[in-house]
Design a protein around this ligand. Structure first.
Ligand SMILES: [Zn+2]
Ligand SMILES: [Zn+2]
Length: 383
């Protein structure tokens, strides 16, 4: 496997006070390094995505607008630039193009067979639209990577998005394209940005799949929903490549959303995605980061688990965090770092095939999704 990294990826920085603070990926890579997770893996750099690569999904006039805003700092509200969520900053185009370049490098690595899996924790900017920035996302790196794979001749790409927010940008860009199956598990749009992602959004022939979970859903309910929806669809679709977005803002401590997962539930999901990559996609797996705004207790630990999982050497959750890393956390954030790699939760769940409860909000969400899309894939919605 290959980890794509360049120190300049931290230049994707909307400035002080913005939730998407680049210290989160800096502390992730530091924790992975200090724990020895990067010891056995191949680290590779990357180049910024070119205009032609960005134009695989973005409008040329939008790319020009980003370049202008990143030079002048002036807002361009027609393109979503200069809002509270997406403030302009000097060098914004270069920084966003580098994030996309890192995910593209992961896609090239896997498509050319140089490694089975590749990961870019700085990627996963899934809200960016064809001609507008949205939700802290300037360029949509997972969508550019998927479009690049299609341009290389891939005919079936699956995208699984487990960020707490709906993967609306990626869904929109491939909504009518049956070559791309997008599956997003997220907090219900009734209570969370971006306000889309209902099960009724099914795309072309069921190519868009949405699981809208109620606020408060924790590990057991989330994993139950994941296993009730994702494995059967991936088995049926049989992708040539699996692209996954691992936003970790589903954690209970995340300040922007209302699901209640633990690091243990999240690492269990990563292990499931890894198994599914081998079982359904010939092992071709491109993993990216995403949202996640608890910068010290959540993002570094969960994405270090992700890198370890992609590397095929998952960490014992009882592993302690290194003193060197805890010192760095104190220096960089003034906060106290967690002592171990676990939240102490048992990430077990019950399969829906053991029976479901129509009065339970999570089971209702699961069944709404299965009823909306399973028949379009020749699958029986009833467990
Ligand atoms: Zn998110
Ligand atoms: Zn593997």
């Amino acid at each position: 496997m290959r980890v794509i990294w360049d120190d300049a990826l931290v230049s994707y920085d909307f400035g002080p006070g913005h939730p998407l603070a680049p210290v989160r990926v800096e502390l992730t890579m530091a924790l992975a390094r200090d724990l020895g997770v990067l010891g056995g893996v191949e680290l590779a750099g990357c180049a910024p995505a070119t205009d032609d690569e960005l134009a695989l999904v973005h409008k040329r006039d939008y790319i020009e607008a980003v370049k202008t805003a990143s030079r002048t700092g002036r807002p361009d509200l027609r393109h979503g630039l200069g809002t509270e969520d997406n403030p302009t900053f000097t060098g914004m185009h270069a920084a966003a193009a580098l994030v996309t370049g890192a995910t593209l490098e992961a896609a090239r690595t896997v498509w050319r067979g140089e490694a089975e899996h590749a990961v870019n924790v700085a990627g996963g900017l899934h809200h960016a639209m064809t001609a507008a920035a949205s939700g802290f996302c300037v360029y949509n790196d997972p969508a550019v990577a998927i479009a690049w794979l299609l341009a290389q001749g891939a005919s079936r790409v699956a995208y699984v998005d487990i960020d707490v927010h709906h993967g609306d940008g990626v869904q929109a860009m491939f909504y009518d394209d049956p070559r791309v199956l997008t599956i997003s598990l997220h907090e219900s749009p009734r209570t969370l940005f971006p306000g889309t992602g209902l099960p009724q959004e099914t795309g072309a022939e069921g190519s868009a799949v949405n699981v809208a979970l109620p606020a408060g859903c924790g590990d057991a309910g989330w994993l139950r929903a994941f296993h009730a929806v994702v494995p059967p669809l991936l088995r049926e679709f049989a992708p040539e490549v699996l692209v996954t977005q691992q936003g970790c803002d589903s954690h209970a401590l995340d300040p922007l959303a209302n699901l209640m997962l633990s690091v243990d539930g999240q690492r269990t999901a990563y292990a499931a995605l890894h198994r599914l990559a081998h079982e359904t996609a010939g092992g071709r797996w491109i993993a990216v980061g995403g949202g996640g705004y608890e910068l010290v207790r959540v993002v570094p630990r969960t994405w270090t688990h992700l890198i370890a999982e992609v590397a095929g050497a998952p960490l014992d959750p009882r592993t302690g965090t290194p003193q060197s890393w805890r010192t760095l956390v104190a220096e960089r954030t003034g906060e106290t770092a967690p002592l171990t790699m676990t939240d102490g939760r048992d990430p077990s769940w019950r399969e829906i095939s053991e029976g479901y409860d129509p009065a339970d909000a999570i089971d209702r969400a699961i069944m709404a999704t299965r009823n909306a899309v399973f028949p379009l894939h020749g699958l029986d919605p009833l467990p």
